[in-house]
Write a protein that binds this ligand. Sequence first.
Ligand SMILES: [Zn+2]
Length: 367
Amino acid sequence: MTGIDDPRLMEAKALPVQAVVDKIGISGLSARSGELIGPCPLCVGRDRFGINIRSHAFQCRKCDLRGGDMIALVQGVLGLGFKDALSYLCGDLPDSIDPRELERRRAYAKRQAERAEAKQNMWRKQAVDEARSIWARALPGSRGVVAAYLRSRGIVMPSIPDSLRFLVDHQYGKGKVPYSGPCMIAGIFDRNGELQAVHQTWVDRKPPHGKALIEHDGETLPAKLVKGAKKGNVIPLITPPHADTLVMGEGIETTLSAYVAEVPGLNGAAFWAGVDLGNMSGRMKREPGKRYSGVPDLEDGRAFVPPPWVRRLVFIQDGDSDPAATRAKLRSGLQRAMHFNRGLVAQIVPAPTGCDLNDVLRGGGHV
Ligand SMILES: [Zn+2]
């Protein structure tokens, strides 16, 4: 029994991430919005390493430790080949397996998968509850640092969208980093208009109120964090009553830059931020030899699909990341939208290379 018939493959797939992490001896990871995050087992650091609890994909931001499942994690951390890694996780493969033993292993794998899913659902619910409590505490964006922050990014708006709020003094992350300060809170909503997550941007206390510089243990931390369940959900910034065009960029700034640019042909359009590229693309089908196929996996029930009123969908392509991967992801999202929304016209509007639309507006780019 070898290859795809090997029951240990199924078993390895169903092993809870935490069990594998403990077995290999990776320490210092903590659960954060569906991921285990912490020091890299190979090159250390503070929070450069993460494992997705649902998909089992893992990645280090510094070294080349990355992969898609727990067998690959064992291979990477312990320097083992595939077969040895599999034996390490599930024991040696006997010459023949008793059908009852096979059945037992299958049942075990199924139970573990169900348990992992239940745990994942519990974490998601907790994160959504926290996001809702932050949103409820936040004040209308028209009254605080939001306008100043947007102006510092070159965006001057006649009025601040309802989906942007703020907190005067908001604790960073989960409180492990001793930093708090003014924060722009953007609401991330699902297709029923219910708040599922918040996008938080910590803002410098001092004028011109740009992004806050948050440093801890010699590392600069991201000034933007998402809390809650963002998948498939959006930040609805501008939604005119009779819009039939939806313009979507990754971030709040890129999307609003496109809005205030008053591009002819986009008059009366809605402008929503998709939070991040992966969120706009949804899951992609895997194709051999390709990292990003650009073909949507239509089974992904949590991917973004535009509402039925959208007849034309425009994705803004930021020029500041890997162009081929970016384009593949945007294509995946647009194709999914066209599949579920027949007759939809889809477009990608590229921003100039090396900067995003927001940089162009601030005079930093070359048009
Ligand atoms: Zn590393």
